[in-house]
Design a protein around this ligand. Structure first.
Ligand SMILES: C[S@@+](CC[C@H](N)C(=O)[O-])C[C@H]1O[C@@H](n2cnc3c(N)ncnc32)[C@H](O)[C@@H]1O
Length: 262
């Protein structure tokens, strides 16, 4: 049963493209939509999946996913969008119990996806040089319920990292090539290094540093693209969106190896 303080996603399924809102339940509060007011009291005591009574639309009460929470994030930086982070996390095999590092924290978008995957037994160590960015990210994470799985530190990741045996490390800032050595030392054997890089020149420098490091093996390097479609079979419409964000960056993946001691 839903109670005060619980997060809910309210979705209107009566429109062609589902319209939705995220809110936290508060007794005697109300919320305005294009189809009228929603009273929080009408939701408290109900369950996820139920339809809110007495409204013209078909408003369904859903449990927000981490992806839904990203829509509520206050952004202070460029972020890693969820389709890119999904691929990156899949490549590194991020799962419950893992201990993972990332830099920079930015707005906490990747942090949230990582935390939701390693919870409840794992942990995320998130580094940034910018205090304002990290404070904002902390607030963003606070509302999601995943804050407790993340340790935030203000640190330039290019200097040595006081962590060892990490399962993976994600780099998302403009000069990842300057942090390859410090991150390699923090990874465990078989650990994954993932760099998300928007500019091709930085890709070249990053791959160079990886190849120069005897304890890293380059696995792959590929472009992250996405093409959104407009689909309406009743009108025989099926085509890519005219103006769209199709390119987000390049993903570079390497693995740490343990060389035998001589
Ligand atoms: C593009 S944002 C990261 C976005 C983040 N992955 C997200 O999804 O919200 C880059 C961040 O890296 C931080 N940064 C830049 N250089 C850094 C360094 N040497 N060490 C740690 N953080 C750094 C910046 O302050 C900025 O907040």
């Amino acid at each position: 049963m839903l109670k005060e303080g619980d997060p809910v996603k309210i979705a209107d399924f009566s429109t062609r493209y589902v319209k939705s809102w995220i809110l936290f339940l508060k007794k005697d509060s109300e919320f305005s939509t294009h189809r009228g007011k929603i009273l929080h009291n009408d939701i408290i005591g109900h369950k996820y999946g139920e339809i809110i009574p007495n409204l013209k639309g078909q408003f369904v009460i859903l449990k927000p996913t981490p992806r839904d929470f990203l829509r509520k994030f206050k952004l202070k930086t460029q972020i890693m969008y969820e389709d890119d982070s999904a691929i990156a996390c899949n490549i590194a095999g991020i799962t419950n119990g893992m201990v993972v590092g990332e830099a920079g924290t930015g707005s906490g978008a990747l942090t949230l996806i990582l935390a939701s995957l390693v919870a409840p037994s794992g942990h995320i160590y998130s580094f940034d040089i910018n205090e304002e960015h990290q404070e904002n990210a902390k607030k963003n994470l606070e509302m999601t319920g995943f804050r407790k799985y993340v340790s935030f530190t203000i640190q330039d990741i290019r200097t040595s990292i006081e962590l060892k045996d990490l399962d993976a490390f994600f780099l998302d800032f403009s000069t990842p090539y300057e942090a390859i050595k410090s991150v390699e030392l923090a990874l465990k054997g078989g650990g994954h290094l993932i760099c998300f890089i928007p500019n091709w020149g930085q890709v070249e420098d990053t791959v160079y540093e990886i190849q120069e490091n005897p304890n890293l093996i380059l696995q792959e390097c590929f472009e992250l693209t996405r093409r959104n479609f407009i689909i309406d079979p009743r009108k025989h419409i099926m085509r890519p969106v005219f103006r769209d964000l199709v390119y987000s960056g390049i993903l570079v993946h390497a693995i740490k190896i343990l060389r035998p001691l001589r």
